[in-house]
Ligand binder design. Sequence first.
Ligand code: DGL
Length: 263
Amino acid sequence: MNNNFNIGVFDSGVGGTTVLKEIINALPNENILYYGDNGNAPYGERTLEDIQRLCLKIMEFFKVNNCKAVVIACNTATAASLEIINEKYNIPVIGVINPGAKSAIKASKSRNIGVLSTPFTAKSNAYANAIKKLDDSITVYQEGCSELCPMIENSWETYENREEILKNHISTFPETVDTVVLGCTHYPIIREDIAKLFTKTIVDPAKETAIELQKTLEKLNLLNSSTEKGKIDFFVSGEIEKFKKVAEKFLGFKIDNIYQVDK
Ligand code: DGL
């Protein structure tokens, strides 16, 4: 494996850019291929088989495009496919759920954690299982939010009922919950609005995921040896302009290298 190969990062759309941002901060010299499968979003209401099929297609894309490691920057895809991807591929693959679970356990004093996620992630129990594996004295409340991902893909601020929708989901958590995990990588994009309604601790798994990636690359001697800033290429299976609008605003830089891929 060549150290100067790429890191593949993927999500069902623009949400994974919240993880990408932390990866760029932690590992600025790495070359990254970001795959946003917005032509097939949302993943959160698809079946397990369907999500796995889409994830394996993206893994093949990364394989032919020289990736030395992959970050599944999507909770739904991590819940559905991390295991099957690890069985099929020989490169390190990092998901977002374990890092999110670890960060939440560190943050919660009341031992009551809420998780906002897609319906698929909530139904899969992936967060409850990951948290309980590390500390089974914790109670986990999982809330599936079907509306949020499509609204964020289509520019959140254009929806007048956005506060009401958020309120309905957040109010399902009991008072004892002192920590809420943003268990969908799209949600850090609307973190400010969530923080207006949930005023205790909010956990975003992105930073811990980037740290885990860094440690894994270090351990395997796979860090890029270049001293120059890495190149970031974007591949999008749906509307490029829609993706760019939300991604550029969140990332804070212009996206030039962006290419259309089949959905
Ligand atoms: N960003 C995603 C996640 O973390 C997926 C959202 C979706 O496609 O439903 O779960």
